[in-house]
Design a protein around this ligand. Structure first.
Ligand code: THU
Length: 141
């Protein structure tokens, strides 16, 4: 697990719920918020952003991570996810798991925090959610 406090986990969970309010999800009506803690100590939030051309949708997790990268931080140590009242009912899609791997500080320690509506949290490390990932590679001869 990352070296972060339980207080910080709950702060990230709250920020994810706040970010969820800005979700633009008129097609699915499924709102998602996320909050990533960068190695720089800053919190980057995001929400899902849909489009009438459905495939152009961006998930909340990737919005938060892309905001972080665009502001000069390329690694996060924890990310909270708020979607459903019950934290068991939300989980990141495959595309987001791959993007998380690209920008996590350390896959074995990076925490994905599933945030429930009533303040309850479930914590999983990214290596459990995304085993045997495709990572940076050396070019073959
Ligand atoms: N979505 C996310 O933003 N994150 C997830 O973890 C799962 C799915 C979004 C994409 C789309 O806007 C809506 O939820 C329904 O799939």
């Amino acid at each position: 697990m990352a070296d972060i406090t339980n207080e910080m986990r709950h702060t990230l969970a709250e920020k994810a719920w706040q970010a969820r309010k800005n979700a633009y999800a008129p097609y699915s009506n499924f709102k998602v918020g996320a909050a990533a803690l960068g190695v720089d100590g800053k919190i980057y939030t995001g929400c899902n952003i849909e489009n009438v051309s459905y495939g152009l949708t961006n998930c909340g997790e990737r919005t938060a991570i892309f905001k972080m990268v665009s502001e000069g931080c390329t690694e996060f140590v924890a990310l909270a996810l708020a979607g459903t009242d019950d934290p068991e009912q939300i989980t990141p899609c495959g595309a987001c798991r791959q993007v998380m791997c690209e920008f996590c500080h350390n896959i074995d320690e990076t925490e994905i925090i599933f945030a429930g509506k009533d303040g309850q949290i479930i914590v999983e490390t990214l290596d459990k959610l995304y085993p045997r990932p495709f990572t940076k590679f050396k070019t073959q001869e």
